[in-house]
Every structure is written in C-alpha cells, then in structure tokens.
Design a protein around this ligand. Structure first.
Ligand code: ADP
Length: 441
C-alpha cells in the first residue's frame, strides 16, 4: 500500500512540476490547460489499470494476473499479484505431491481401505479394497457402500456404531466363496475408514487344520479301541479261555499298535517334509536306489507278484536320497498292495527327450476310477475305505502315502503323474527336472 501511495505522490509531484514549468515557459493560462491535460491522462491510465483488474477477476479461477506494462502504480499492484500467484502454484504443487505420496502409501497397504463420507458413500478406495469387494475404483466412487454390498448383516453393522470396535466377517454374495474381514473406524466430520481383508485362505486353512485333527483322531481312535477291547478281554480272562486264544488276542492288539505306530511315523514324515528346510542335495545313484526299493518291494510281496526292474543306468540325481527312497517305496508298496497275487509290477527309470528324469511304477492291479484320481494325494484319502488294504503285517493303509510322495516331488521341483484305469492297473510317475539329472549313460 505504501508503494501505491508513493507512486501516487510521485505522479502528482511530476504533474505539478509540469504545470509550473508550462506556466513559467508559456504563461499561466497555458498552465491551466496543461493541468487539465495531465489530469485527464492520469485518470485514463487509472481506468485502464482498473479495467485490466476487472477483466482478470472475471476469468476462471487460476488464470494468471495481468502482467505489468509500465502503468505506474498498477505495475506495483500487478507485480504483487503475480508474485502471490506464483507462490500459490508452488504451494499447490507441494500439496499435490503430498497427496500423491499418501495415495501411493495407501495403495501399497496389504489391506483394503475404503473412505466413506457422512452418508456412507464411497469417497475413495485403494486397489486392494476393490479386489477384495469386487468393486471398481472409478465407477463405484460416489455410490453408497450398502447399495453395492447388499447384505443385511453388513447393513446392520453399518447402522450400529457400537459394533465398530469389532470386526465383521462377511461371506458376501458379491464375491462367492470368499470371506471378507471388515472393520469400520470413524475419523473426522462423519467420515469413516473401512478396513477390508480377504480371509478366505485363512478360513480354508482353519478348516483344513480342523479336518486334519479330526482325521488323525479318528484314525488313532479305531486301533486304540480295538487294542483296549483285547486288553480288557485278556485282563478279565473269561473262564475256559486257552493260552492259544490269549496269544491270538495279544497278537491282534500288537498289530493294531503297529498300525498306530505306522500312522504316527507317516505323520512325522509329513511334518518334516512340510518344514521350510530344503531337501539334501545328495548325489543319488539311481541304479542302486531303484535296486534297494526293488528288494524291499519283493520282500513285501512275499513272492506273490512278479516285480520287474528296468534301471540299469549310471545316472546320478541331485536330491535327497532318503526322501526319494521313501517316495519310491510308497509307490512300490502301493503297487504290491493294490495288485492281486500273480500280478505284474514294473519299476523303471528313464531320461526323457527334454532331459528330465522319470521314475515310474506300473502295475496291472485293481486300478483307480478317473473321478478319484485327482483326490489321491489328499491326506487320508482312500478310494475304498471299506476295502482298506491289508498289508502282510495287517497294519492296513493310512491314506498318507501319496501325500508324502507329493511333498517329496514338490520339494524336488518335480511332478507326480498318475495314469490309471479301473480294473486294468495304474502307473505312477515321478518326473524330476532336467537340472537335477546327470545322465552318465
Ligand atoms: P494308503 O496308505 O491307503 O495306500 P496312499 O496315500 O498311498 O494311502 O494311497 C491313497 C489311495 O490311493 C489308496 O487308499 C488306494 O485306494 C489308492 N491307490 C494308491 N496306489 C494305488 C495303486 N497302485 N492301485 C490302485 N489304487 C491305488
């Protein structure tokens, strides 16, 4: 303001000096004309400046102010306005950067975030929230959230602020088969933050764990009940029971105890295989590994099957010898158990055209229906529980063998292939990837 006043004072002083000079040179009547001329010019210039200012005010917000054009005091006004305009632009830029940083941080959150306004309309959401709730980050903004998630349970939750302290787990129709964990947190001026997390996987794991515990308990309960039955009979020793009969009871109780031991052993093997520790990287001599599994299969069969071995190779495999042995023995023992006496079993190793290695165990036994094949590696799955196999020691199958095989194969980055036809026989193949196979043939 001082600059404006000084500008005016200087203009008036200059005009006064001009009028005096005109009076002294041309006489005082001329001085009056000069004063009127100066006054008119001064007024015209002020009107010009005010006009430019008015024009600028009428422009849309953000239009740069008029540039100074040598119009006395108006130059100071326009220069000051331009300075302020530049400062505003810089501040807005800073604000944009801060907003972008906030948005990026919110996008990077592993959880979904939805900002709701006072009427529970979506103001903003991150991509994670859109994925979880099957929403669109652009077209669904502005919509009332309860119009999109049309679940009475969710509507009740939204309308009951007392529940905001607790989360809501919702199985929404919007994303069938998924369960979503949500919690609403009010923050400022009626706005609230809805935190969203897809808990489907967690729910699945919980169910799996529950099923697993139920299965293990059931599998252990059956032999335990049998053992207790025999022990009670032995304890009571009904009159007239012979030593031979007692011996039979002890033997049957022992068989069931072995069955339990076998189950616990397999569970322990599975839990070791499921740890994050990588498998050993032994140099496994395939020929001797196959020969050893072959010997054990012959012993299991007790001469009831013909078991062919085709693994004359100098190939070496990088892997965990004991895990591979256990996987192959599981396949071979299944072949023995699910092939009627007199059947033919063959065990084979070969290197495929692409350099991968393939172990295979084939039999011409009872085979498996196509509909059951995809479930074989599930824990405790047996095709026919009623016809559970009877091993030579009477321990029966646990339904864990192929789960173990699958774990071993995955730990070696390989693949388990199963081909089978009901009544015709089966072939189980373990494919080991090329980099693990050193074919010395
Ligand atoms: P189990 O201990 O019952 O043998 P596995 O996991 O090894 O458990 O096998 C799962 C089921 O797959 C078996 O119960 C059986 O029904 C079927 N199966 C496995 N191998 C064979 C095979 N070679 N021939 C026919 N059925 C088989």
């Amino acid at each position: 303001m001082n600059e404006v006043r000084t500008g005016f004072a200087w203009s008036l002083l200059l005009m006064l000096l001009g009028v005096i000079a005109a009076g002294l040179v041309f006489g005082w009547p001329h001085a009056a004309f000069t004063a009127v001329g100066f006054g008119a010019y001064f007024l015209y210039r002020q009107m010009q400046g005010a006009d430019r200012l008015l024009n600028w005010v009428r422009q849309p917000f953000g239009t740069p102010p008029p540039v100074p054009t040598g119009n006395g005091v108006w130059d100071d006004v326009f220069a000051a306005m331009n300075r302020r305009h530049r400062e505003n632009i810089a501040q807005r830029h800073e604000l944009h950067l801060a907003l972008d940083r906030f948005r990026l941080a919110a996008e990077a959150l592993p959880d979904g975030v939805v900002i709701l306004d006072e009427s529970q309309q979506i103001e903003w959401m991150n991509r994670q929230a859109a994925l979880c709730l099957c929403l669109d980050t652009t077209s669904d903004v502005g919509a009332r959230i309860s119009n999109l998630l049309r679940e009475p349970e969710f509507e009740n939750y939204l309308n009951d602020p007392e529940r905001y302290g607790h989360a809501l787990v919702l199985a929404t129709q919007r994303v069938p088969g998924h369960s979503v964990h949500m919690q609403l947190t009010p923050f400022s001026a009626g706005r609230s933050l809805l935190l969203v997390r897809d808990t489907t996987q967690l729910a699945r794991m919980t169910t799996m764990r529950r099923d697993f515990v139920a299965n293990v308990s059931h599998e252990l309960k059956t032999p335990l009940t049998v053992i207790l039955g025999y022990l009670e009979t032995i304890e009571d020793s009904p009159p007239g029971i012979s030593t031979e009969e007692l011996g039979q009871y002890v033997q049957m109780a022992t068989t069931q105890a072995r069955r339990m031991q076998h189950l616990v052993d397999e569970l322990l093997t599975l839990s070791v295989l499921e740890t994050d520790a990588p498998p050993n990287n032994d140099n496994v001599h395939i020929a001797s590994l196959m020969a050893s599994v072959h010997r054990e299969a012959l012993a299991l069969s007790g001469g009831q099957h013909e078991i062919a071995l085709d693994a004359e190779t100098a190939a070496i495999l990088h892997g965990d010898e004991s895990e591979l042995h256990s996987a192959l023995l599981n396949l071979a023992s299944n072949a023995v158990h699910y092939t009627p006496p007199g059947g033919l079993i063959s065990m084979r190793w070969r290197v495929l055209d692409n350099g991968d290695g393939e172990f295979s165990v084939s039999d011409d036994g009872i085979g498996i229906a196509l509909t059951d094949i995809h479930r074989l590696t599930e824990r405790f799955f047996r095709v026919d529980k009623g016809r559970a196999r009877l091993a030579s020691d009477g321990t029966g199958g646990t339904g864990l063998g192929l789960s173990i095989v699958k774990q071993v194969v995955e730990r070696h980055n390989g693949q388990l292939l199963i081909r089978s036809e009901l009544g015709q026989g089966s072939t189980f193949s373990i494919i080991v990837p090329n980099p693990r196979v050193i074919a010395n043939d």
